[in-house]
Ligand binder design. Structure first.
Ligand SMILES: Cc1cc2nc3c(=O)[nH]c(=O)nc-3n(C[C@H](O)[C@H](O)[C@H](O)COP(=O)(O)OP(=O)(O)OC[C@H]3O[C@@H](n4cnc5c(N)ncnc54)[C@H](O)[C@@H]3O)c2cc1C
Length: 292
């Protein structure tokens, strides 16, 4: 049997809610936290040999996990190897896929590098941010990415240069692989000015978004030419609830777990909102969050 099985990398029927920002969801049939690349490849081989469906979990800030859990193997990139951040040359940072995005943004500012300020207030991992092309009105992470190293679910390593990667609205062409390492090219800037911009953006976000509540950020993508939050607000759906799942009073595109919401309550609320918007405005809202 692969060595990974003998040194604690794999657990069975492992609860996942603690790994998500919604704090809901059931267990993974099989859960793996490999300590490095070799062990990750062993875990993937084990998953493939066992015929398991494989998923990669970052910091769970954009995922709704079913109360019935996730069938197959969930790989979680934690531990030192998957959290590294280094400055490769004066303007280039390299971060591992599991590294904290907020941590990386603060470290870039300390190194006097600008470009990541638009991502202030976005929780999660660097890999998750690149897979989702995270961002907002001031910019997305894709615009700073110059190279990405991935491992396919078959265990093969790949390297992509910027022009080989397709970044779209909350999507990248790398979302079907495991993002191991990301190279970001930033600009040298003035440390004080960078910190000021970060603080301005954070303040603006915290005025309009419930950043300290249990949520997964925006539930729906904005339909072309509209803001999903503004549409939901216009229909008077703020504060609508199913159990402890509530549409935020601060930002109508956020659903909050007020205490002991279940995934099925959150999902029911999502479907109710979507149905109302379709029935009354004739617009179809697509999901931004991933449902597992
Ligand atoms: C309060 C709050 C505010 C938010 N604000 C924003 C915002 O302003 N803009 C925005 O874009 N998002 C926002 N989000 C959503 C979320 O923070 C981002 O989508 C984030 O990039 C998700 O990263 P993660 O590590 O948590 O990914 P996860 O939620 O764990 O995963 C999301 C997707 O990425 C994939 N993935 C994760 N890691 C990897 C990897 N290493 N390789 C390949 N695929 C991977 C997963 O398989 C899944 O499909 C917000 C969320 C919260 C809770």
């Amino acid at each position: 049997m692969v060595r990974a099985l003998t040194d604690g990398a794999i657990r069975y029927e492992h609860p996942l809610k603690q790994y998500t920002s919604f704090k809901v969801g059931g267990c993974a049939d099989v859960f793996a936290e490999p300590s490095g690349l070799f062990q990750l490849q062993e875990v993937l081989r084990y998953g493939n040999d066992s015929g398991l469906n494989i998923s990669v979990l970052g910091k769970g800030c954009n995922i709704l996990i079913s109360d019935n859990g996730v069938r197959g193997l969930v790989v979680h990139l934690s531990g030192k190897f998957f959290n590294r951040i280094e400055q490769r040359n004066p303007e280039v940072i390299v971060g591992a896929g599991g590294a904290s995005l907020p941590g990386l943004i603060c470290q870039a500012a300390r190194w006097g590098l600008e470009g990541l300020e638009p991502l202030v207030g976005v929780p999660g991992s660097l890999g998750g941010a690149v897979a989702m092309n995270a961002g907002g009105k001031y910019g997305t992470i894709g615009s700073c990415v110059t190279g990405v190293t991935t491992v396919g679910y078959d265990g093969e390593l790949h390297h992509y240069k910027r022009d080989e990667i397709n970044f779209g609205y909350r999507h990248s062409s790398l979302s079907d692989q495991i993002i191991l390492e990301v190279e970001l090219e930033l600009k040298r800037g003035n440390g004080e000015a960078i910190t000021k911009r970060m603080s301005d953006i954070f303040q603006e976000k915290s005025m309009t978004q419930p950043l300290n509540s249990k949520s997964a950020g925006c539930i729906f993508k904005n339909p072309e030419g509209y803001s999903a939050g503004a549409l939901i607000d216009k229909l008077g759906l703020k504060c609508m609830s199913v159990g402890d799942a509530v549409v935020s009073g601060k930002h109508a595109n956020f659903i909050i777990n007020q205490g002991s919401a279940t995934a099925s309550q959150i999902l029911e609320l999502i479907y109710r909102i979507r149905d109302e918007v379709q029935k009354r405005l004739g617009l179809i809202l697509d999901m931004e969050i991933k449902i597992w």
